[in-house]
Design a protein around this ligand. Structure first.
Ligand SMILES: Nc1ncnc2c1ncn2[C@@H]1O[C@H](COP(=O)(O)OP(=O)(O)OP(=O)(O)O)[C@@H](O)[C@H]1O
Length: 284
């Protein structure tokens, strides 16, 4: 299998000859909640880099520390040790140019605001003149397939449409880095597939860098250029897997591709082993 594996190491992952500057660098990050006998280490010595315009999935066992990791990347949680930098600058608060989309769209949208006011919410005068902001809102709603629904309220939309609004809101901000935390986990299979393809098309259109946390192994491989597999808690990096599948991806033919089938099996075994080398776990 054509993977770039670093089993059991905490080395920084680099791409190619390392000539490209990373957008995001996570360097030896550890996070421990609490102290004394109640202390719980969620992340342990994590290091990796994400390069501009990459689409990187993160998978790992339940409770591994994926949300903790996203919180440290978005400046909501200071790591106990190690550092996170974006474009070389340390992350100390929510970084400029970063947007997040969460699983729970019903809590991330404001029910008393119309769709367009929800999308406008994070925009400030720095996003342009009133006319430019208006254009950003309209274009964002258009590209997620909600053009013309500006004056509806979130509660008048299906779950999939509400998540489209959350994506439009992130896009209107024109982020350089989009963090997505299991964004499609509560949607039915068909809606999920539609939104996966929507995210791929938006990534293509806007060149945004995406870090996508998911429990779904097929989704992690289908969407990404690379999959980072985390161990069970405390989360370490188990493997960095390059996904070399034909573009554009297609929900049927990509998933029939022999490489896809092998990669999904490989990721599943890694997760089942909890981060131990797959051969050792299989031997039991
Ligand atoms: N505020 C907190 N205080 C103490 N422990 C916490 C806190 N938040 C998370 N944890 C613990 O840290 C570990 C990692 O949690 P986290 O939510 O990051 O995992 P996850 O991989 O996102 O989980 P899941 O796959 O179930 O979504 C868990 O054991 C969790 O109980």
């Amino acid at each position: 299998m054509d993977t770039n594996a670093f089993p059991g190491t905490q080395e920084t992952l680099t791409r190619g000859a390392g000539t490209l500057e990373p957008l995001l660098r996570v360097d030896n990050v550890t996070h421990t909640y609490g102290s004394g006998p109640d202390a719980h280490t969620a992340l342990k010595g994590l290091s990796f880099e994400i390069f501009p315009q990459e689409f990187v999935s993160i998978v790992g066992p339940s409770g591994a520390g994926k949300t903790t990791l996203l919180r440290t990347l978005s400046g909501l949680l200071a790591p106990t040790s190690g550092s996170v930098t974006i474009e070389g600058r340390p992350v100390t608060g929510v970084p400029e140019g970063m947007a997040m989309v969460f699983q729970d769209y019903s809590r991330s949208l404001l029910p008393w605001l119309t769709i367009e006011k929800n999308v406008a919410f994070p925009l400030t005068k720095d996003s342009g003149t009133a006319a430019e902001r208006r254009a950003l809102i309209d274009e964002s709603l258009e590209v997620v397939g909600l053009g013309g629904l500006n004056n509806r309220y979130p509660w008048q939309l299906s779950g999939g449409m509400q998540q489209r609004v959350a994506i439009a809101r992130a896009l209107a901000y024109r982020p350089r880095l989009l963090l997505m935390d299991e964004p499609f986990a509560s949607l039915d299979a068909q809606t999920r597939a539609d939104l996966e393809d929507l995210v791929l098309s938006l990534r293509q259109r806007y060149g945004v860098t995406v870090l996508f946390v998911t429990h779904d192994i097929d989704e992690s491989v289908y969407l990404a250029d690379r999959v980072l597999v985390l161990s069970k808690a405390p989360a370490r990096l188990v493997e960095n897997i390059e996904v070399r599948l034909p573009e554009p991806r297609d929900q049927i033919s990509t998933k029939e591709d022999e490489t896809f089938v092998q990669l999904r099996g490989h990721v599943a075994r890694l997760i089942r082993s909890g981060g131990e080398p797959v051969d050792a776990a299989q031997a039991r």
